[in-house]
Design a protein around this ligand. Structure first.
Ligand SMILES: Cc1cc2nc3c(=O)[nH]c(=O)nc-3n(C[C@H](O)[C@H](O)[C@H](O)COP(=O)(O)OP(=O)(O)OC[C@H]3O[C@@H](n4cnc5c(N)ncnc54)[C@H](O)[C@@H]3O)c2cc1C
Length: 415
């Protein structure tokens, strides 16, 4: 039986561990926290996952929360106009695109804790330990394959930054998330669960989305602020109630239509707030250990995009599915450096579209993109296409980046 060590019990590490386990591999999973510590700890993400990523979970019979989690049928975009001292900024764009297959968000505290317990119940070896490079050096000799799925933690230092694929050296947004109970529906579509993207030009974005958390159904209020701007105000805020008050104050000022349904919200729990920032980074996939061994980087370790497009968990699921297939196809062959590079290259063919789109969305939108977003308000087909691009970002190649293709697409829809 082939022995595999996976470091990191997040979306990619656990999906791979459970997938390999189901195929009879001898899997050891190393996590720096127990399931209970994860469950009772702080929120980590907003983790909206679209159809393709959810299907990878279903393929492994891991969609444990599919019936309980809200079904997100739509994705809406609103754009704020200039600030108006009389009554807050108006909405100059407002539409809702329909997703072909529903999306879902299951709080990673619920999912990772649950999957970790399932892995152990099924006989997997779980080691609770924050792995250091020296540990990996020791373990690499005892395993056929070591994969590092430790997210954006310190172990990324083993994997060199790929400067050609990483246009930003600094964080492009300050992130501030809080989970709440008591949010009202959007009055325009009260019966439709949707991700709401509210763009405030030059200032940042507010995302509002339903989720399943440790205390049941909830909603997430997630500000992405341009660094140094008015939304970049959460540094040093330690008290979750203060975090919520700041979130609501910014909503009242910049997105009054979202604030109007948030006047009665309260935090889901003391761990329901998170803030931080990181630079989007693509890394080389093979990590070299001091003793000469090699390890393969997984998901955020190798491709970490800003969450502005809500893709990281989707990408982690796609990476885990792609790596699983490559490992199974390798049979008894060696997991050497050449295989590792090829395995990553195969995943990069999916991930490159996510990175291109996400990095584009971090920059001020060019005119043809503003035209597309505006046109979607009067053309449901355009709204639906943009919404479904969140599931399949490769589609943006056909109509989003080049003014000529965008114009041709809009002409086609109009005709
Ligand atoms: C604010 C925010 C909002 C987001 N919203 C979305 C969204 O809506 N949709 C979406 O798809 N993505 C979203 N993401 C991104 C998504 O959460 C991540 O991309 C995804 O979780 C990455 O999965 P992963 O398996 O690579 O790593 P992670 O999920 O980060 O898991 C890594 C695990 O490894 C553990 N670990 C770290 N170091 C060690 C060590 N040395 N030893 C052992 N264990 C270790 C960590 O504790 C963690 O449990 C968001 C991210 C943020 C920050």
């Amino acid at each position: 039986m082939r022995k595999v060590l996976i470091v990191g019990a997040g979306q990619s590490g656990l999906q791979l561990a459970l997938g390999l386990q189901a195929h009879g591999y001898d899997v050891t999973l190393m996590s720096n926290r127990t399931a209970d510590e994860i469950r009772t700890g702080r929120v980590m993400s907003t983790q909206v996952m679209f159809h393709t990523a959810l299907q990878h979970e279903r393929d492994l019979q891991l969609g444990f929360w599919e019936q309980a989690a809200p079904r997100i049928e739509g994705l809406g975009v609103s754009v704020a106009g200039p600030e108006d001292p009389q009554g807050g900024p108006p909405r100059v764009v407002d539409w809702l695109g329909r997703l072909d297959g529903y999306a879902q968000s299951v709080d990673q505290r619920v999912k990772m804790a649950g999957w970790m317990e399932t892995f152990a119940e099924r006989g997997g070896q779980l080691i609770i330990h924050g792995a250091a490079v020296s540990d990996l050096d020791y373990f690499a000799r005892a395993y056929d394959l070591v994969m590092v799925a430790a997210g954006k933690g310190e172990l990324v230092a083993m994997f060199g930054r790929d400067a050609a694929r990483s246009p930003y050296a600094e964080p492009q947004r300050a992130l501030a998330v809080c989970y709440v109970h008591g949010l009202g529906p959007r009055p325009e579509h009260p019966g439709t669960e949707a991700v709401r993207c509210n763009l405030v030009p030059g200032v940042g974005e507010l995302f509002v989305m339903p989720t399943l958390t440790t205390s049941g159904r909830a909603d997430i209020l997630f500000w992405e602020g341009v660094p140094g701007g008015p939304i970049d105000a959460f540094q040093g805020v330690r008290d979750p109630s203060e975090h919520l008050a700041l979130t609501l104050g910014l909503m009242e000022r910049f997105t009054p239509w979202e604030y109007a349904r948030a006047t009665k919200v309260e935090l889901t729990d003391a761990g329901g707030a998170l803030s931080g920032r990181y630079a989007p980074t693509v890394r080389h996939p093979v990590g070299r250990l001091p003793g000469g061994g090699v390890v393969l980087g997984v998901a955020d370790v190798v491709v970490a995009n800003d969450p502005i497009t809500g893709q990281g968990s989707n990408s982690a699921a796609k990476c885990a599915a792609s790596y699983l297939e490559a490992i199974l196809a390798r049979g008894t062959g060696p997991f050497d450096e050449v295989w590792m590079q090829q395995t990553f290259d195969r995943y990069w063919d999916i991930a490159r579209h996510v990175t291109k789109w996400t990095n584009a969305m971090l920059a001020p939108p060019p005119e043809h993109v503003l035209n597309l977003i505006g046109a979607a308000g009067g053309a449901p087909a355009v709204a639906d296409r943009i919404a479904n691009g969140f599931d399949n970002p490769a589609d943006f190649e056909h109509f989003f980046y080049e003014p000529r293709k965008a114009a041709a697409y809009l002409a086609e829809v109009a005709g």
